[in-house]
Design a protein around this ligand. Sequence first.
Ligand code: NAD
Ligand code: UFG
Length: 338
Amino acid sequence: MAAVFLAGGAGYIGSHTAVELLNAGFEVIAADNFSNSSPESIRRVEQITGKSAVLYEADIRDRKAMTEIFRKHKIDAVIHFAGMKAVGESVQKPVEYYRNNLDTTLTLLEVMREEGCSKIIFSSSATVYGAENPVPYTETMPRGICSNPYGWTKAMTEQILEDAAKADPSLSVILLRYFNPIGAHSSGMIGEDPQGIPNNLMPYITQVAVGKREQLTIFGNDYPTPDGTCLRDYIHVVDLAKGHVCAANYILGMQGVEIFNLGTGRPYSVTEIVDAFERVNGIKVPHVYGDRRAGDLAEFYANAEKAREILHWETTLTLEDMCRDSWNWQKQNPNGYR
Ligand code: NAD
Ligand code: UFG
């Protein structure tokens, strides 16, 4: 049984990935400083799967703590989720974002080298394609100019990992570029639990639906898209989590660096998401149209062929599943894990 270390594993994507890894027979060791999560998520992962995971409260930048974990467990591969991820906040706090998101990676690389672990999968983002590349994005395109410090931490981390692999041919790296993950586990026991006012569309919609916020503002309806609102490639978080299981299996037998888009390849507009949410759940989401949000691109979506061909991974869950499962989680946990 291969053991996977989830750095930042208690978060939204980490907890869903833990479920799928445990179901696929992997051993799961996670560490998190709970800066944006709760240990409750991993407790629920254990309830969902009926299997145990090891969870440490630790900062990934803490070399001593990481060394202890790597000495205690024989770790075959690392999945690096640990990072701060709020685009707007990163503009206000660039130093904190660079410090956290880059140091976590550097500490992991140092400890992995010292302790003989040579496989790392990184949570990157479609944002690294920048505004210059045409859609759909394919992995062979060059990284573009990012519009905010958060995006730059992803682009820089990709570069760091590529350079490290070039210098050390025994190191294998997979860069997973996520598109827009939404949804939750079908049990409604784990899901996205943003602190404060949500930045992202789906958690905002569910908080309006549950009565925590008055109305949704749709940022811009004058984009050059069919209905004037932005197009994104929304992907169910459980499909995304299964992509990590495929990547974990693949990295055990590969050398070098591979990049994979994890998206569906099918874009939807903001209005289509709101309409689908209302239709599937039979609940109204009061909304108004407002100004464009700075930094938003009119559209981006994945070419998802490479992951299909090489990882044998395909998304199976629909927009209806995403809307139903997001609402199921929010309804059952109006205050998240608190
Ligand atoms: P999340 O905030 O729920 O998960 C990140 C986890 O990392 C949290 O549990 C947080 O407490 C932890 N963490 C942060 N810094 C840490 C540190 N120094 N030490 C230990 N733990 C630390 O976010 P998520 O949505 O699950 O995203 C996971 C990863 O995927 C992030 O790197 C994020 O940037 C990336 N990503 C997310 C999206 C998205 O839309 N959710 C899109 C593209 C990429
Ligand atoms: N939106 C609204 N109202 C809201 C929130 C969002 O209309 O209250 C719109 C946005 O303008 C955008 C769409 O919904 O058109 C999706 O917005 P999100 O914030 O959910 O997602 P983004 O596409 O902006 O961000 C995602 C990831 C980031 C990543 C970024 C790349 O969440 O990690 O893509 O641009 F950096």
